[in-house]
Design a protein around this ligand. Structure first.
Ligand SMILES: [Zn+2]
Length: 431
C-alpha cells in the first residue's frame, strides 16, 4: 500500500490559504454590520442574510466550486454540479451557519462556514484524491432570531421535518414561505433537503467557543466532547393587576413578584443545588409594564442545560416543584404554556481522536470540553457521527458585537479542520 502512504504524506502537507480565509471573514463581517456599534444583524432569511448567502455562493463559484440551495434554504457547496444529496456517495460534511442573532458577532457560524469553504477549496485545488468526497454547508436559520425556528436547516437535512411547524411565521406573523422562496428554498419540497442515512460518513463543525474555557486554560483548540441538551419552559404567570398606590401589600397577587422568585429559583437549581450545569431566565414580559400598576401577568422563560439527560430531567422536576411553591406563596397561577427540548449529544470518539491528533501535529495545545451552546451538529448527529472543533473566544464573549478570536487562532482552527477532514476521508478508505 505504498500508494496510500505517498498520498497520505502528500495530502497531510496541504495547507489552507490563511490570507484568503481571513479576507473572507473580514468581507462577510461587513454584511449586516451596524456602522456605529459594529454588531452584526443578519437574522435568518432577512435581506442581510440573503446578501451573506449571495457572498458565499459568489466566492464558491469564483473558486470553481458549485453551490446549490436546497428546499430548506441550506447552501451546499460541492466540487461538482449536482443537487442530489447522494450524488457523490457518502461524503464528509463540514459546515455551520451564516445567520446571526440581533446585534451579534461576525464569527459565530460564519467562521465555520468560511473555514469549510476554505478546506474544500484547498482539497480541490490540491488535486488530492480522497476516497470520501467532502462538501461545505451553510445551514439556514440556525439562530432562529427572526423566524423562531432555530436549527431550521440542519433539522431538515437530518430529516426532522415533522418537528418543524408547517407554516412557520416570524414574530410579526409574516410567513416563512415567502422569505424561504427569496432565499431559493421551497417550503412544499422540504423533504428533498433530507440526506438519507448513510449519505454522510462524518460531520465536522468548526466554531468559536463562545465561552471562556479555552482562553482560561491556555488552549488553542477545543475538542468538543458533548453538546449540552436544553429545556426551555415558557411560563405564563397570572396574578391580579391593581393600582400601585391604593392596593395594600396584604393580599396582592403580584405576578412580577412571582416572576422574581422564578428568576432566583432557576439560579438556585443550577447554582446552589447543582442539578444542571446552567439555568437562566433571560426574558420577562410583564403586563401592563407600567410604573404605577401591579403586574397582572408575566410571560417568562426558563432555560436549563446539561450534557446529561438524567440531570436535566431532575432539574426540570425540581423547577416544576418550585413553581408550584411560588404560585402558592404569591397567590398566582403559573402555567407552562410551551416547552422546547433538545437532548444532549455526544461527539464521535474517533473524530475526537482525529481532531486531537491534528492539533498535536500542529503543536497546538488542546483540551476537551462540552459545548454549552446548541449547534447544527447536534441535529446532524441523527444522521452521522459528528465532531466539533472550538477556537478560543477573546474574553469568552459571543452574541455581542465584541465577539472576537485572534487571527492566528482562526487560522489554526481551519488547519485543524483540514487535517481532520483528510484523516477522516483517508481513514474511511481503510475501514
Ligand atoms: Zn453558531
Amino acid at each position: 500500500m505504498s500508494h496510500t502512504v505517498v498520498e497520505r504524506a502528500g495530502s497531510l502537507a496541504l495547507d489552507i490559504d490563511a490570507e484568503r480565509l481571513l479576507r473572507r471573514i473580514r468581507e462577510l463581517g461587513r454584511i449586516g454590520a451596524d456602522p456605529v456599534g459594529g454588531g452584526i444583524t443578519r437574522t435568518g432569511f432577512s435581506a442581510a442574510d440573503r446578501e451573506a448567502r449571495a457572498y458565499l455562493m459568489d466566492e464558491a463559484r469564483a473558486a470553481g466550486l458549485f453551490p446549490a440551495v436546497d428546499a430548506a434554504g441550506n447552501i451546499v457547496v460541492r466540487r461538482r454540479p449536482t443537487d442530489r444529496p447522494t450524488a457523490d456517495g457518502p461524503v464528509v460534511m463540514m459546515g455551520s451557519h451564516l445567520d446571526t442573532v440581533v446585534d451579534g458577532g461576525r464569527l459565530d457560524g460564519a467562521y465555520g462556514v468560511l473555514a469549510a469553504l476554505e478546506v474544500l477549496q484547498t482539497v480541490v485545488e490540491s488535486g488530492a484524491r480522497l476516497r470520501r468526497d467532502c462538501v461545505a454547508v451553510a445551514f439556514a436559520n440556525e439562530e432562529g432570531a427572526l423566524f423562531p425556528q432555530p436549527f431550521w436547516g440542519s433539522m431538515a437535512v437530518a430529516g426532522r421535518i415533522e418537528n418543524l411547524p408547517r407554516e412557520p411565521r416570524d414574530h410579526q406573523g409574516r410567513p416563512l414561505r415567502e422569505a424561504l422562496r427569496l432565499a431559493g428554498g421551497d417550503l412544499d419540497a422540504l423533504g428533498s433537503a433530507c440526506w438519507p442515512k448513510g449519505s454522510v460518513s462524518a460531520y465536522l463543525e468548526l466554531h468559536v467557543e463562545q465561552g471562556p474555557v479555552l482562553e482560561r486554560g491556555g488552549s488553542r483548540i477545543g475538542v468538543v466532547d458533548a453538546i449540552t441538551g436544553r429545556i426551555v419552559l415558557t411560563l405564563e404567570i397570572r396574578g391580579r393587576a391593581g393600582h400601585s398606590g391604593t392596593t395594600p401589600m396584604e393580599g396582592r397577587r403580584d405576578a412580577l413578584c412571582a416572576a422574581a422568585r422564578v428568576v432566583l429559583a432557576a439560579e438556585h437549581i443550577a447554582g446552589r443545588r447543582d442539578l444542571c450545569r446552567v439555568a437562566t431566565v433571560g426574558r420577562l414580559d410583564p403586563y401592563p409594564n407600567t410604573p404605577n400598576t401591579i403586574a397582572g401577568a408575566v410571560r417568562t422563560t426558563v432555560d436549563l442545560r446539561d450534557t446529561d439527560v438524567w440531570r436535566m430531567a431532575d432539574a426540570e422536576a425540581a423547577l416544576r416543584a418550585m413553581l408550584d411553591d411560588i404560585a402558592a406563596a404569591t397567590g398566582t397561577e403559573i402555567e407552562v404554556v410551551a416547552e422546547t427540548r433538545s437532548d444532549p449529544v455526544s461527539t464521535d470518539a474517533r473524530l475526537r481522536e482525529a481532531i486531537a491528533l491534528s492539533a498535536d501535529e500542529l503543536a497546538l495545545p488542546y483540551e476537551e470540553l462540552p459545548s454549552g451552546a446548541g449547534h447544527d451538529a447536534q441535529f446532524v448527529a441523527g444522521l452521522a457521527p459528528i465532531g466539533m472543533i472550538f477556537v478560543p473566544s477573546i474574553g469568552g464573549v459571543s452574541h455581542v458585537p465584541q465577539e472576537d478570536t485572534a487571527a492566528e487562532d482562526l487560522v489554526a482552527g481551519a488547519r485543524v479542520l483540514l487535517r481532520t477532514v483528510l484523516r477522516t476521508t483517508e481513514r474511511e478508505e481503510q475501514l
